[in-house]
Structure formats: structure tokens, C-alpha cells
Design a protein around this ligand. Structure first.
Ligand SMILES: Nc1ncnc2c1ncn2[C@@H]1O[C@H](COP(=O)(O)OP(=O)(O)OP(=O)(O)O)[C@@H](O)[C@H]1O
Ligand SMILES: [Mg+2]
Length: 273
């Protein structure tokens, strides 16, 4: 029997539900002031449970990156509420915020954002350096992350010695090395050809099948079709929220590919991996 403490005292035999990965209410973001003010988000409500795989779509300037930056704790809203894994982000000081960012969130950007004069291995290791993880464990985890994205044979290559798709997979390994519960990607396939895009998306599919919550921005319908759910923004408001697959099932592409076969390949990467 589980026991937990509620406001009314201990309760036995009932586990409280896990808070959502992302819970947002009446979120607004205004850039600038007066006549120059831009209302980038105008009252967004969004609830993303753990295990979800969400594509954020919308025209250029609709507020997608603004929303993603707030979800990733890189920027703060002008008003409204945001809870990450149950934590009210507005209550945190700078130090707590950077801890949450480092521990709970992995970022992938359109332009990869890798350090040029640094090997794939060193790029992936970097978040662990910031996280003060010690040498041998750091090395083990960085190598595990590179193996996970299929780049075990490219660890000593510099970014300019890698294809675009490989560079993005290094960036994904870097996002995963801290074992975050939430992976955020802003147009991760925007700079990739069709073949590399499909490799990167199949990696996201398998990460989600292994339990990771993924939110990605895309302009392309066939990229969004990998997700379990698509949210569409118009002028800073969510105008459409469609679910393609249940949160606790396989993402659509794996469900089709894996019909009649056992579970999807495991991609666990815990802190000790
Ligand atoms: N730092 C900023 N200062 C002022 N205005 C900004 C800033 N960042 C974004 N904006 C404005 O906020 C609005 C939303 O921008 P955002 O970058 O979120 O759009 P987006 O949906 O990501 O577009 P894209 O598809 O082109 O990346 C736009 O009108 C943009 O010009
Ligand atoms: Mg954008």
C-alpha cells in the first residue's frame, strides 16, 4: 500500500497523479512597449502529460518559438502561469531555474548550435561539465548518448567533418545526455535534407516510445505526422489541438511499422547509463 501526505493528513492506498510535464494557463507574452508592443502570445492554455509527443505548427510569426522559449525556461511570460513537472517556474530564483533547465530539459535547435572547434564527444559532454558530473561518469554517459544516436564511430569528429543529419544527431545526444524528462526541438529538421530528416524523426519516435516527452516545432505536415498530437498557433493563440495517437501508446509511425511485432526498440538513457 502506498501512503502519501495530503493537506488533510496521510492517505493510504492512493497515489496522487503525476503532474503534467507542461501545464500552461492564460499565458501572454508582449515584446516592447506602447505603439511598438508585439503581442506574441495572447492567452495560451496547454496541458502536456508525460509521454506525449507534440508538434507545434503555425505560420511564421505566430508565436511558436516564443512559446517554446518559455516552456524551456529560456524566457519568461508577461503574465499567466507555467508549471513544469508541477513546479511553478515563476517562483524560482536564477540558480534554481538553471538547475531545472539543466536537469529536466533538453534542447535541439534548427541550426544545431554545436561548438565548431570541439569534437562530437566534447560537445555532448558539455552539459555534464555544467552539471558538475565527474570525469569517468561524464565520459561514460557522453559515449552512451553518442551510441544511442548511432554515432559511436564519430566521437572524435568535429562538426565540419559531419553531415547535417549527423550534426543534428550530435545535438540530440547533447540534449539527452543529462537524461531530461522533456525534449524541446525548434524546427530540428529545418536545415536537413529528406533522408537526414527522416533519420532524425525516427530517432525522436524511438525516444518517445522509450518514455520521453517531446515537443517539436515544425512547418511540415509530414514531420508533424510523426507526433501523437498537433497544436496549431495563429497570431499567438492556439486555434487547433488534434490528437493522432494516445499518450501511453506508440507514436504513429512506430505503431504502423511495428504492427504484429513486439515493442519498439528500447532507448533508455538513465543517469547511470
Ligand atoms: N525578442 C523579440 N523582440 C520583439 N519582438 C519579437 C521578439 N521575438 C519575437 N518577436 C515577435 O513575436 C512574434 C512571434 O515570434 P516567434 O519567433 O515566436 O514566431 P515563430 O512562430 O517562431 O515564427 P517562425 O516560424 O518564423 O520561426 C513575431 O511577430 C516576432 O516578430
Ligand atoms: Mg520560430
Amino acid at each position: 500500500m502506498t501512503e502519501y501526505q495530503s493537506a488533510d493528513g496521510p492517505v493510504t492506498g492512493y497515489a496522487p497523479p503525476r503532474p503534467s510535464a507542461v501545464w500552461i494557463s492564460a499565458l501572454r507574452k508582449v515584446y516592447g512597449e506602447g505603439d511598438a508592443a508585439v503581442h506574441a502570445l495572447r492567452g495560451v492554455d496547454l496541458d502536456i502529460p508525460h509521454g506525449d509527443y507534440v508538434a507545434v505548427m503555425g505560420a511564421s510569426g505566430s508565436g511558436k518559438s516564443t512559446l517554446m522559449n518559455i516552456v524551456g525556461c529560456l524566457d519568461v511570460p508577461s503574465s499567466g502561469e507555467y508549471r513544469l513537472d508541477g513546479i511553478a517556474i515563476a517562483d524560482l530564483d536564477e540558480r534554481q531555474l538553471s538547475l531545472v533547465r539543466n536537469r529536466k530539459i533538453g534542447f535541439v535547435f534548427q541550426s544545431f548550435n554545436l561548438l565548431a572547434r570541439t569534437t562530437a564527444f566534447e560537445n555532448v559532454e558539455l552539459p555534464l561539465v555544467y552539471g558538475a558530473v565527474r570525469g569517468p561518469q561524464r565520459r561514460r554517459r557522453a559515449l552512451a548518448a553518442l551510441h544511442l544516436v548511432g554515432l559511436g564511430d564519430r566521437v572524435d569528429h568535429h562538426p565540419n567533418q559531419l553531415s547535417g543529419g549527423q550534426q543534428q544527431r550530435v545535438a540530440i545526444a547533447r540534449a539527452l545526455v543529462t537524461a531530461p524528462s522533456l525534449v524541446l526541438a525548434d524546427e530540428p529538421t529545418g536545415n536537413l535534407d529528406t533522408q537526414s530528416s527522416s533519420e532524425v524523426m525516427s530517432l525522436f519516435d524511438r525516444l518517445n516510445a522509450a518514455g520521453r516527452t517531446i515537443v517539436l516545432i515544425t512547418h511540415e505536415e509530414d514531420i508533424a505526422a510523426h507526433a501523437k498530437r498537433a497544436v496549431r498557433l495563429v497570431d499567438g493563440l492556439i486555434v487547433q489541438d488534434v490528437r493522432f495517437a494516445p499518450v501511453d501508446g506508440l507514436p504513429p509511425r512506430l505503431a504502423t511499422a511495428g504492427a504484429g511485432r513486439p515493442a519498439a526498440p528500447s532507448l533508455a538513457l538513465g543517469p547511470g547509463a
